[in-house]
Write a protein that binds this ligand. Structure first.
Ligand SMILES: Cc1ncc(C[n+]2csc(CCOP(=O)(O)OP(=O)(O)O)c2C)c(N)n1
Ligand SMILES: [Mg+2]
Length: 318
């Protein structure tokens, strides 16, 4: 462990454990509710559940600082939660409320709140990485001590935009952090059909990136390594974080399960579910009781239902 790494461990802010847990919980409950509302015909927007992967978006975004920017992927709803975008604000975009900040013009997973560091993404996977590189270049030219961070799935390894971005970011030493949600699937295609290896760090190292493989189901690891990535990138070396995880939800709310034969793999990853593990961690460390966790879930469900009613009323009234 180098000195940057040990100071990061010593610097975890008080209450971080509850913020990690709560943002993951709200993300899970919110996405479940959106799927339910869509299936009940109350909402038309497609959602891309991040079930099982919430620790990546939440852990990385809680490691950000004022002035940093984040571009979510289509599967990082938790990024918006952890960057402080409220449930009502997110629903306004999804449900086309007249009060939607961005005019509700974009796909809801690309909604942006630039003044709060959440930048617009791209429906063309990989397209947003060049934009993240551009943001990093602006930070460098303006001599800010900020970083630009972007999330993307392992399916983006097939996109030229990724390599063009890594090429220029490496050569120009841009303050860029690329966070890959390496869940081993691209829609219904397993990684073995499109790559020789599960690990992705060999793809980034030749471009001059600092690289790390992380347990993407461990929010502590994602938080700590993103703090390290932030320090490294703002000192002149871009970073690629390979977060290994598994998608335990369907590809989107419009699809059923399209990956036959994954039952065993699914059951194994359920044991490593980040929300379940973090809840157990809180209990084992005496920071919560099982009843506290149940209450958090109930409170979260109530907040989400109340937000839905509020935004529905705004939308109908327009
Ligand atoms: C350039 C481009 N090609 C194809 C698509 C259609 N598409 C959307 S998501 C996806 C696969 C995504 O896989 P991955 O990036 O691993 O994300 P995951 O679903 O695993 O989170 C594809 C092919 C697209 N949006 N953009
Ligand atoms: Mg994938």
């Amino acid at each position: 462990m180098d000195s940057t790494q040990s100071s990061i461990l010593a610097d975890r802010p008080p209450g971080l454990e509850w913020r990690l847990y709560t943002h993951m919980l709200i993300t899970r409950l919110f996405e479940e509710a959106c799927i339910r509302w869509e299936h009940e015909g109350k909402m038309s927007a497609q959602v891309f559940p991040s079930r099982g992967q919430e620790a990546i978006a939440v852990g990385a975004c809680l490691a950000m600082e004022k002035g940093d920017t984040v571009i979510p992927s289509f599967r990082t709803r938790g990024a918006m939660m952890a960057m402080g975008i409220t449930i009502v604000e997110q629903l306004r975009e999804i449900m086309h409320s007249p009060l939607a900040a961005g005019g509700s013009r974009d796909a809801p997973h690309h909604s942006s709140w630039p003044e709060r560091g959440v930048m617009p993404g791209s429906t063309m996977i990989g397209g947003h990485l060049a934009m993240a590189g551009g943001l990093a270049l602006a930070m460098q030219l303006e001599k800010q001590r900020a970083v630009s961070l972007a999330f993307f799935g392992d399916g983006t390894l097939g996109s030229g935009d990724l390599y063009e971005t890594m090429h220029i970011a490496g050569v120009w030493s841009l303050p860029l952090v690329l966070v890959c949600e390496n869940n081993g699937w691209e829609m219904a295609t397993p990684w073995q059909k499109v790559r020789k290896q599960r690990s992705l760090i060999a793809y980034a190292e030749p471009f001059g990136f600092a690289v790390k493989t992380i347990d993407g189901n461990d929010p502590w690891a994602v938080y700590d390594q993103t703090r390290w990535a932030r320090a490294t990138a703002s000192s002149g070396q871009p970073v690629f974080l390979d977060c290994v995880t598994f998608r335990s939800g369907t590809y989107s709310s419009h699809f059923g399960e399209t990956r036959p034969g994954i039952e065993k793999e699914m059951a194994e990853w359920e044991q490593r579910d980040p929300l379940k593990k973090m809840g157990e961690w809180l209990i084992v460390n005496g920071l919560a009781s099982a009843e506290d966790l149940k209450r958090s879930r109930r409170d979260g469900e109530e907040r989400i239902e109340a937000a839905f009613s509020q935004v529905l009323a705004e939308t109908k009234g327009s």
